[in-house]
Design a protein around this ligand. Structure first.
Ligand SMILES: [Ca+2]
Ligand SMILES: [Ca+2]
Length: 203
């Protein structure tokens, strides 16, 4: 999905952000995103929007998401595509018309995917929270197969494979990236704890 969008000749992250940041502040707040997505003809679940803000705004300062933080959510991991996407000329008008109908459709779908994923992750966190015998430390120890204090996509793959779950393509890498909150390439216990902790009130 991210790659499809990167292939759209008129797509670039500057304009994609500017559509949401109508005032050109350089960051977006919750209401900017709600309104921007509404303009894109997508009515998001406010809880999912809030989760996204928390993830990309940093779990400590939840009020705003800067352009660079927004890019982290949208940049395909693959360097070739991200260069492709960033190099293009941007118009920075904030109007939807900077993109073609097809591009807008893909942009809207990508937002839907991203926000739905946030909702699914939170559902899983809340399930863990409700499990009486769940322990973050114990779970982490199970994932850190070689006991070096962090787990890698390889360890994640092996852990899941032993339980009959096969991840396709770069699934293990994407999953590990999600846990790696401080983006140092390793998932340690504090990254893991932060990702597993519920981010909205437990339902
Ligand atoms: Ca390890
Ligand atoms: Ca880390």
């Amino acid at each position: 999905m991210k790659k499809n969008l990167a292939y759209q000749k008129d797509f670039n992250l500057f304009d994609a952000f500017r559509i949401l940041d109508q005032e050109g502040k350089g960051y977006i707040i919750f209401s900017d995103l709600m309104l921007g997505l509404k303009q894109l003809k997508y009515m998001p679940d406010p809880i999912e929007v809030d989760l996204w803000m928390k993830r990309y705004g940093g779990f400590c300062s939840i009020s705003q998401v800067k352009f660079s933080q927004f890019c982290r959510s949208f940049d395909p991991k693959d360097n070739y595509y991200s260069t492709l996407m960033n190099r293009r000329q941007s118009k920075l008008t904030g109007e939807l018309a900077v993109f073609s109908e097809d591009t807008l459709k893909l942009y809207r779908s990508l937002w839907r995917n991203i926000l739905t994923d946030e909702g699914i992750s939170e559902g899983q966190r809340q399930r863990f929270e409700r499990m009486e015998d769940f322990s973050v430390e114990k779970m982490f120890k199970m994932l850190d197969l070689n006991r070096d204090g962090c787990f890698t996509p390889g360890e994640l793959t092996q852990f899941l494979a032993e339980r009959g779950i096969q991840l396709e393509g770069d699934g293990a890498q994407l999953l590990a990236d999600k846990f790696d909150g401080d983006r140092d390439g390793k998932v340690n216990l504090s990254d893991f704890r932060e990702e597993v902790r519920p981010k909205s009130p437990v339902r």
